[in-house]
Every structure is written in C-alpha cells, then in structure tokens.
Design a protein around this ligand. Structure first.
Ligand code: C2E
Ligand code: MG
Ligand code: MG
Ligand code: MG
Length: 285
C-alpha cells in the first residue's frame, strides 16, 4: 500500500535531501573554521599574451588546504559559500591577497602583471563592490590598472540596470572587467554594448574540442571577431595542447590560459615561474 502511494519514493527523496542539506551544513561549518584557521589559499594561473609569448597576467583561484583532505577545489565549496553568504568573506580575502601578491611581485622586481579576481553573483547583489575594490587598492597601493575583475554574464543579467551602473563605477576606478565563461550564459549580444567591459573570456567548453569540431572552431572564431569589433580583448581558457594554441593564435585570440602553459600554481611556484621569465626572454611556445 505504501508502495502504491509512492511512499518509498517520497521517503527516499526526503532522506536524500536531508543528507545533502546536512552535508552542505557540514561543509559550511568547516569552511567557517577553515577561514579562521587560515586554510584558504590563493593560487595563480598564468595567462600568456599570444603576441609577446609572455605572462602578462594571472587569474587568482582560491584553494582550501584541508588538514586531512588535502587541496580542495573551489568547485566543491564555492556554491555552498555563495548560498550561505560566506562568499563575501572569501571574496574579500582573495581580493586582498591577490592585490598584495601582485604588488609584491612588482616591488621585488619579479614582474609587473595584472591579477584577475573572480567575483560571484552574491558579491554583486549584496556588496558595495566599488567601495571594497577602492579600499583594497588604497590599502595595498596596487596600481588600479593591475587589477582585473572576472564576472559572469549570468551574474550581470540578474539585474541589468544595477549591473550597468556597477560596471560603470568599477570602470571609473580604472580596473578592468572581463566577462568570464563567455558563451555559456543567457545574455543577449546587444547587452555587450551596454556593459563597459574590457575583455571576453571564452569558456573552456568551446576550447576543448576546437581542433576536432568544426562548429566549435566556428563559434570561437565568431566570438573573437565580435570581441575585436567591439574593441575587446579576447582570452581563451582551458588551453591544454599546442594544437589548440596554434589554432587560437591563427584565429587572432589575444591571450591564452590553460594547463598547456601551467596549472594554477601556489604563490611560491608562480613566483618561480615569473622569475624564469626575465626581461629578455619569453616562453618557448
Ligand atoms: P573559472 O573562473 O572559469 O576558472 C577557470 C577554471 O578552469 C579553474 O578551475 C582552473 O583551474 C580551470 N582550468 C584552467 N585551465 C584549465 C585547463 O587547461 N583544463 C581544465 N580542465 N581546467 C582548466 P578551479 O580553480 O577549480 O575554479 C573553478 C571555478 O571556481 C572558477 O571558474 C570560478 O568560477 C570559481 N572560483 C575560483 N576561485 C574563486 C574565487 O576566489 N571567487 C569566486 N567567486 N569564485 C572562484
Ligand atoms: Mg575566472
Ligand atoms: Mg572562466
Ligand atoms: Mg569556466
């Protein structure tokens, strides 16, 4: 009878839901402690200018160095941090660490590069981002043109007029803005001219099969042409091999990022990589 009424299914669903909620709450609690215990760390992944073959910027990517579970990827905890609002604190931490590190690389005469920091939808909705960014620049003394913010189209689309106003303020501060995961969101192309952005970052999913799938090559080509006609820089993420790199170079892509250059590196490893690139050398690609 219970089966007939679907009782088992409902019960199963409840148990699964409960477990998931519990799991999320556990991670959330752990994450709070992790921040207090300084277990969060900012890694950096180089972006290479296709023309100069030099590292001119790096994306800051947060990692959780868990005492027993090792390095935990943001894909496992960022969405939980977003739902709980913890992302506000994490975001501030990553922004500060990234700016401090970029300033240090310049001060130590290692390299003058731009750092790109990911900003989540929650931060756009609930925080005074221009104020926070302005404060961090002042505090770290990082020149504003060495900071870039990566925002997704979907985060911006939540509230078009608020997003446009926000981007205008950020733009006035002198930081650059790039549209992350470009091509996967729901934005209409016409919004591109509304948003004062500086760069498009083509999503990894279009790069993956670019050398084997004609359609993907066509899409990437179209994004590059579109970006350039709007005077935007175009960056490809997820470049894993030389064939993809060569094709992207041929299509006129400006910057590339991906495992082919380097995986996201600890600050110490990134420092090492930057040191190898002296004033007169460029990467051997
Ligand atoms: P994203 O901003 O699109 O970052 C690029 C992701 O692609 C990174 O994953 C990077 O490690 C990965 N990746 C780079 N090159 C390759 C490649 O050649 N092949 C493959 N398979 N993957 C590559 P990661 O570090 O796990 O970060 C995942 C996402 O988490 C990021 O995607 C971003 O949306 C979010 N995230 C990371 N750090 C932060 C942060 O500090 N704040 C916020 N709000 N979100 C963050
Ligand atoms: Mg990003
Ligand atoms: Mg991305
Ligand atoms: Mg992506």
């Amino acid at each position: 009878q219970a089966k007939y009424l679907g009782g088992n299914n409902i019960q199963f669903y409840n148990v699964a839901l409960q477990n998931q909620t519990q799991y999320h709450m556990e991670i959330e609690g752990d994450l709070r402690k992790a921040m207090q215990n300084h277990e969060l760390e900012v890694f950096f992944q180089p972006k290479v200018n296709v023309h100069t073959k030099r590292i001119e910027s790096a994306e800051a990517l947060v990692r959780w160095r868990h005492p027993s579970r090792g390095l935990i990827s943001p894909s496992e905890f960022i969405h939980i941090a977003e739902d709980s609002g913890l992302i506000a604190e994490i975001g501030k931490f990553v922004l500060l660490k990234s700016c401090q590190q970029a300033k240090k690389w310049a001060d130590d005469d290692i390299a003058t590069i731009t750092v790109s920091v990911n900003v989540s939808a929650h931060q756009l909705r609930h925080e005074n981002l221009p104020q926070a960014v302005g404060d961090v620049l002042k505090r770290t003394k990082l020149p504003e043109n060495q900071l870039e913010l990566e925002l997704t189209e979907s985060a911006l689309m939540e509230n078009l007029s608020a997003a446009t106003a926000l981007l205008t303020k950020l733009c006035a501060l002198g930081v650059s803005i790039s549209l992350d995961d470009f091509g996967t969101g729901y934005s209409s192309l016409s919004h591109l001219k509304l948003f004062p952005v500086d760069a498009l970052k083509i999503d990894r999913s279009f790069i993956r099969d670019i050398t084997s799938k004609q359609e993907d090559e066509a899409i990437v080509n179209a994004i590059i042409v579109l970006g350039h006609s709007l005077n935007l820089k175009v960056i490809a993420e997820g470049v894993e091999n030389i064939k993809q790199l060569e094709l992207l170079e041929r299509l006129g892509c400006d910057e590339i990022q991906g495992y082919f250059i380097a995986k996201p590196l600890s600050a110490a490893d990134m420092t090492h990589m930057l040191k190898q690139q002296t004033e007169f050398t460029s990467l051997d690609l």
